[in-house]
Design a protein around this ligand. Structure first.
Ligand code: EPU
Length: 335
């Protein structure tokens, strides 16, 4: 069913007030194509949404918002080492992670409790605690919004990078991802190299997938605000990748700075650290603020507007640039 002037407050985890001119939640690829080719919406901008956990509405959306509500999970193949599972774009991400962990199939456990839907996971190649989803993706199916062609991309064709993929570049705003097929390990190797995870699991002998999942859920609940309680979109900024020489020169003056490898000659600098050093952590400005436990997360209190969030984002970006000479970029999708 297609609704007009749909209230989006509950369809974005920042909880911002906004409306979509048209909203559709098709249950099948055929129904999706019917909506896309309906002349009633011709020429309007199209926006695809999962659970709205990475969207910032700066105002109403005068177009067609589509939530592909495909919810099946199906095992499609198996070989000696892997199981192949195809999941619909509308499947809740963490329900899917729990489903895999319960069966003892590895690859996604470090990505536990990330808000969102399966269809969104390849777009920004969600990553956390030393894992990226691209490493467990076998293929991605999508419908081309203009031609209505159904296309399948292999994982290398998706060109996954840090918070990056072809869906944020050449195919930006051009596709509706319908299904993702994952390649999950039958003999999982636990990835507990990330300092926080190692510390959380220190008392556990031979941790299994469910121990890792529990540890990560505990870490996330401690550090990150629950969008059901306070509006937020997870990390608001990406961690900047900068020339190693610049990162090391900042670290020389600030030994507390932890750097992460980012290919030869480059380092990934935690944006949270940069923001904290500029004095923003835990501060509130009107109806918006910076979370007290994780400076990378901007929060929206009751009554917040997208404009206020963008003003705070600009203020933070300017301060970081002035103090460290580093540009940080929002990772949320600004509409
Ligand atoms: N740090 C600070 N101040 C803070 C928080 C962190 O200085 O307030 C420093 C610490 O030195 C810490 C380092 O930043 O060692 C890294 O912090 P953390 O492990 O919390 O990770 P992050 O780089 O801030 C990234 C992802 C998160 C993901 C975590 C864990 C991005 C943009 N964000 O954050 O993803 O959960 O790693 O792996 O890469 C999300 O995308 O919404 C998200 C929450």
């Amino acid at each position: 069913m297609i609704t007009r002037n749909r209230d989006l407050k509950r369809l974005n985890t920042l909880g911002l007030e906004a409306k979509a001119l048209w909203y559709a939640a098709p249950h099948s690829v055929d129904a999706l194509k019917e909506v896309l080719k309906d002349p009633a919406y011709e020429g309007l901008p199209v926006l695809i949404t999962g659970s709205g956990s990475n969207l910032l509405f700066s105002g109403d959306f005068n177009g067609l918002l589509i939530h592909p509500d495909f919810n099946e999970i199906k095992i499609t193949g198996e070989d000696s080492d892997y199981v192949y599972v195809r999941a619909g774009a509308g499947v809740d991400w963490d329900v899917f992670v729990a489903w895999c962990v319960d069966r003892g199939w590895g690859g996604l456990e470090n990505l536990s409790l990330i808000p969102g839907c399966v269809g969104a996971c390849p777009v920004q190649n969600i990553g956390a605690y030393g894992s990226e989803v691209g490493d467990s993706i076998h293929k991605v199916e999508y419908v081309d919004i203009k031609s209505l062609k159904e296309v399948t991309l292999s994982a290398p064709e998706c060109r996954f990078g840090y918070r990056d993929s072809i869906f944020k570049r050449e195919l930006k705003s051009a596709t509706v991802i319908t299904y993702v097929t994952f390649r999950l390990s039958k003999y999982p190797v636990i990835n507990a190299g990330y300092a926080d995870v190692a510390a959380e699991l220190s008392g556990v002998e031979n941790p299994g997938l469910s121990d890792v999942r529990r540890a990560i859920i505990d870490i996330r609940r401690r550090k990150l605000p629950d969008p059901a309680v306070i509006g937020n979109a997870g990390s608001f900024f990406k961690n900047p990748v900068v020339p190693e020489a610049l990162a090391l020169s900042i670290q020389r003056d600030n030994p507390s700075l932890k750097l992460f490898a980012a290919g030869s000659g480059f380092s990934k600098v935690p944006a949270a650290w940069l923001i904290e050093q500029c004095g923003f952590k835990g501060k509130r400005f009107g109806n918006v603020g910076v979370h007290p436990n994780q400076a990378l997360v901007l929060v929206a209190y009751d009554g917040a507007t997208g404009k206020e969030l963008l003003e705070l984002s600009d203020r933070i970006r300017r301060a970081v640039n002035e103090k460290f000479g580093i540009e940080i970029e929002p990772e949320v999708n600004i509409i």
